[in-house]
Design a protein around this ligand. Sequence first.
Ligand code: FEO
Ligand code: CA
Ligand code: CA
Length: 676
Amino acid sequence: MDRKDILQDPSYTNKSEAFEAFDDIPTNPNLTRTIGDVINARYGRRDVLRGVLGVTATTALFGTSAMVAPRQAAAAADAGRYNFEELAWGNDETHHIAEGYNADILLRWGDPITADAPEFDVMNQTAQAQSQQFGYNNDYVGFTALNEEGTRGLLCVNHEYTNEEVMFPGLGRQDRAGFEGMTKELVDIEMAAHGGTVVEIAQDANGKWSLVRDSRYNRRITPLSTEMTFSGAAAGHDRMKTNADPTGMKVIGTINNCAGGMTPWGTYLLAEENFHGYFWTDVVDAEGKPDISSQAEARQMKRYGVPGRWYAWGQYHDRFNIDKEPNEPNRFGWVVEVDPRNPDATPIKHTALGRFRHEGAETTLSKDGHLVIYSGDDNRFDYQYKYVSAGTISDENAVFGSSLLSEGTLYVARFDADGSLEWLPLVHGNGPLNTANGFDSQADVLIDTRLAADLLGATPMDRPEDAQPGPNGTAYLMLTNNTRRTADQVNAANPRPESAFGHIIEIRETGEDHAATTGTWSILVKCGDPAVAAVGAAWNPETSENGWFGSPDNCAIDADGRLWISTDQGSNWGKTGKSDGLYALETDGNLRGHSKLFFRCPVGGELCGPYFHDNLETLFLAVQHPGTDGTMDFKGFERASTFEDPATRWPDFDPAMPPRPSVVVVTKQGGGKIAV
Ligand code: FEO
Ligand code: CA
Ligand code: CA
C-alpha cells in the first residue's frame, strides 16, 4: 500500500495506529528460524518423525497449566485471588466498572492544573494555555505519597500523542502528505499537549480524590519548552550534537511518552516510544517517499523508521527536520527521569537504558539491591530488554539523577525453545559489538541499540509492550499482537502466525533474582476468543466469555502481588467486538490463566495506567483516545470520529465538547481494599 493511501484503509480509524502499522518494517535479521527448527531443537527430529507432536508436545511447548487445568479441580480447589463479580463485556459510549466500585473522573484533557492556568476553552486553544493544562492521551500513571497515610501525593501522568481530528475543529483526518489545515499555532498546541504532568492530589474524608490546584508541585513537562539533559555513555557524544546544542548535553523535551515507571526512590520515569514518527524530511523519491540514502546515519535511521512523518512538526520546527538536524533523532528514544518533588530539577535522559521505542520502564530491586528495569521495544519483531545497575541501592544513591540509572548493563532477551532464557549484554567489545561492525564505543552501542541487539541474536517478538517485574524473580511481558508474522517466522516464544490477539509470557529469573542473566519462560495465556478454534487461544477453562481479551498492553502488579492487564486492540477491535478494559489475571494454582473483566472503556478508547496505591484502596486508570479506535464498527459509524462528529463525547457528554482523554480513579464503595 502506498504511504499516501494508508489513511484510506478502513482497517485503521486512528491515525497514529495507521501510520505505525505502515511504518513497521521488519528489517531485523533474526527472522530465519522456523517452527520446524524450534520443534526439532526441543524434541529432536526422531520424536517428530515418530509423530509424538500431538497435544502433549504442543502443550509442553507453548502452554502451562493454563491449558490443562481440569475444570472440576479448579472449581473445587481455588476461588481465586480477585474478589469481585466480573463485569459483562460490551461496547458503548461510556465506561463501566464492576459492581460495588466507583470509577470517577479525576483529570480531563484541558483541565487547568496550576493556580493561574486558564479554564479550558476548546474553541480557543493556545499553546500557552495548554502548557498549564492537563495534556492529551494520558498513558502511564504513577503515584508517590507526600504523607505517611498516603492521602496526599503526586500523580505523574504521561501524554503519549495527539489526535488532531478530534482535538481541533474543522480539521478532519490528517494525511501526512499534506497535513491540510495544520498551522504552526496548532502544531505548538500539539507539542504542549505531549509530554507529562505532575500534580498534587488529595483524598477527602469520604475517600474522594481531587486535584490540589494551587500546589507548588503542579507542572507540565513538554517537548515545546522543557529543557532536559543526558547521562550515561552517549551523553555529549558527537552523534548527540546539533546546531542548537554543540555540547550534545541539552535537549528540549520528550515525545511519545507511552508507559513508564516509578523508581524505588519516588522519581518518575517517562519512556519515549514512537519518536521516529515526529521527524520530517523534504527529500523524497519519485513516489514521494522519504529518501534517506544521502544521510550519514542512513543505516540506523532505516532500522528505527526515521523519519516517520506522522506529524507536521518538522515543517515549523527545524529540529524535527532531519535535512537540517540529522542528529536530533538520536536525542529521542530514551528513558527520562523527572523529580516530581522538585519542579526546578532538570529532567535527565538516561542513555544507559538504551535507545529504542521504549514502551515502559518498570523498576524493581534484585535480591542484593541492584536496580533492575524491564523495557520492551514496541515494534513488530523487536526485542525485550532489561537493565541492571552496576551498584546497589544506598542512602546516597537513592536520589534523583542516581548513578544507578547511568552506570549499569543493558541486556536483550533470547528466548530458547527449551524454555530457557538468556539475557545478552549490550556491552561494547562483547562479541560482534566492535568497530568492524560499526560500534566504536559504548555510545554507539546505546544509540544504535537495535542494531547491536540484532547482532547478538535476540529473539524477535510480537510487539513487546509493558513488562512488569513481579514477586520472587518473576516478570510478565505483554506481547500485544503481530499480524505480520508469517508461518515460517514463528518461534517458541511467539508461536502464532498472524497473531491478532497477542499473548503474555511469564519469566522466572534464575535464583528468583531479577539481576540474573538467565532464567526460564512460559506462556501464561494466548489471547483471543477461546470458542473460535482457529484463533488458537489458551486460557484457563474457567474463564468466561467476559473474561478473555485481546491485545494486552499495559499491566500492573498490586501490593498483594496480583497481576492486572489493560488492553489496546487498536484496529483489531472489530475482531473481538469488545471494548478495551482492565482484567484480573490469575498467575498461580489451579486457576492460573483465569481472567476476569473489572473495568471497560468507552468506545474507541484504550486503557492505560493501571496503577495501584500501595494501600490497595485506590486504583488509577487512564482512558486514552476515547472515540477513535475502531469506531467504524460501532453502531453504523461509517467514518473515523472527528471533532464535530465523534463516536462518543465521553466523559461529560457535553454536546459542545469532543471526547476527552481522562484519568479515572477507582475506589470501593464504602471504602476498603480493591478486589480483596
Ligand atoms: Fe504506546 Fe506500545 O503503546
Ligand atoms: Ca502502550
Ligand atoms: Ca498501545
